[in-house]
Design a protein around this ligand. Structure first.
Ligand code: PEP
Length: 253
């Protein structure tokens, strides 16, 4: 059975002290899910808070994600962070290919592919984001766009490596806009993604967690999460406070 993973992406929000406070609040809010093995909770904090975040969630169900990485071991790459540095402080997940990084920082599918491989080689899990712009959807190009992102982003990975990869489908028009894909639209696209994964990785495609992201909130989470190919969520705005985020986690129970 696929694991449901609810992940928060804090983006460029929260100081170190705020991070510790929210994670402590979140631990209290979700005590009841400790011991439920089929649900995972991940929070992607800014780099500056990662180390204390890992210590704060020790012995809880919550795991910590970075929001980016540079795909080199070490060297003259001013300002960048290597996978080994993240692994060393106890980070377990890395969010990669987010549309903000693709659009603002011009990250290509092949660069994202390099990052995915670097993260896997350090035994961490990539959360690999894909999704179409509104113009793509309006032009009927969703399948084409998604297929290209999946095929190029996950090129040359083995089915075994894919067991550690989470895919996050995030229609860009739904991110931070309050516009959510309807459960039917999201399910249809998740099914298409799983078909591409099947073509590439065979039966392993059935084990791959595919999250939905894009204005997931406490009031729409249950309907989205009950779709057969939606295995969790990647949540931006509503992950910034413990009450809303825990309500979304509980919607997955
Ligand atoms: C995101 O940025 O990954 C996201 C889904 O944001 P929001 O939930 O705010 O739409």
């Amino acid at each position: 059975m696929r694991k449901t993973i609810i992940a928060g992406n804090w983006k460029m929000n929260k100081t170190n002290n705020e991070t510790i406070q929210i994670l402590n609040d979140l631990k209290k809010e979700i005590k009841e899910i400790e011991g439920i093995s089929n649900i995972g909770v991940v929070i992607g904090t800014p780099f500056t808070a990662l180390s204390d975040a890992v210590k704060t969630v020790e012995n809880s169900v919550i795991k910590i994600a970075a929001q980016n990485v540079y795909p080199k071991e070490s060297g003259a790459y001013t300002g960048e962070i290597s996978p080994a540095m993240l692994k060393d402080i106890g980070v377990e997940y890395v969010i990669l290919g987010h549309s903000e990084r693709r659009d603002y920082f011009k990250e290509s599918n092949s660069f994202i592919n390099e990052k995915i491989k670097a993260v896997l080689s350090h035994n961490m899990s990539p959360i690999f984001c894909i999704g179409e712009h509104l113009e793509d959807r309006e032009a009927g190009k969703v399948k084409e766009v998604i297929t290209k992102q999946v095929k190029e982003g996950l090129a040359n990975l083995s089915a075994d490596e894919m067991k550690k990869v989470i895919v996050a489908y995030e229609p860009i028009w739904a991110i931070g806009t309050g516009k959510t894909a309807t459960p039917e639209i999201a399910q249809e696209t998740h099914e298409q993604i799983r078909e591409v994964l099947k073509e590439m990785f065979g039966e392993t495609s059935k084990e791959i967690t595919i999250q939905y992201g894009g204005s997931m909130k406490p009031n729409n989470a249950k309907e989205l999460l009950s779709q057969k190919d939606i295995d969790g969520g990647l949540i931006g705005g509503a992950s910034l406070n413990a009450k809303d985020f825990s309500a979304i986690i509980k919607a997955a129970l």
